[in-house]
Design a protein around this ligand. Structure first.
Ligand code: CU
Length: 154
């Protein structure tokens, strides 16, 4: 008898936690195969440091944040943004240390904007070479790819 009562209560609890009508369904997470890094390249170093650019695409249902880029050819890689202050171009680590890639959208890492800053270069980077780079996201996904070294104007 007590067991039956317990079962009945459990069923009521389950019905309640399933939620009433009109309750929003939680969006499912974006999976790794819904994330893509396109047109990625590393700039031929203009000096001691260089930048990695790419289009990061999120075809999933939830926002995802790019939290790190790893590259063996640099001692550290930071996520940076470029801003204009009084006509002077400046860059600084992105706020919160991450770049949000919106659900169904893209984040652009491009000259004059967001970029991954590769610092304390460990190897020579020559135009035409390809180098391995890993993009890491806050949903646990990491995308490893070979990207070309390219010169850009300016
Ligand atoms: Cu930078």
């Amino acid at each position: 008898m007590r067991r039956l009562l317990a079962l009945a209560l459990a069923l009521v609890a389950a019905a309640c936690s399933a939620g009433g009508a009109g309750e929003p369904t939680t969006p499912t997470a974006t999976t790794c195969d819904q994330l893509a890094v396109e047109d990625a390249f590393v700039r031929v170093p203009p000096g001691d440091n260089t930048a990695i650019y790419a289009t990061v695409r999120n075809d999933g249902p939830a926002d995802v944040a790019l939290v790190a880029v790893e590259a063996d050819f640099a001692k550290t890689v930071e996520l940076h943004e470029t801003t204009m202050e009084d006509g002077v171009m400046k860059m600084a680590p992105v706020e919160g240390g991450e770049i949000v890639v919106p659900a169904g959208g893209t984040a652009l890492l491009e000259p004059g904007g967001l970029h991954a800053m590769a610092m304390q270069l460990q190897t020579e980077l020559v135009a035409g070479d390809t180098v391995p780079v890993t993009f890491e996201f806050d949903n646990g996904c990491s995308l490893e790819l070979e990207i070309p070294v390219k010169a850009i104007e300016g």
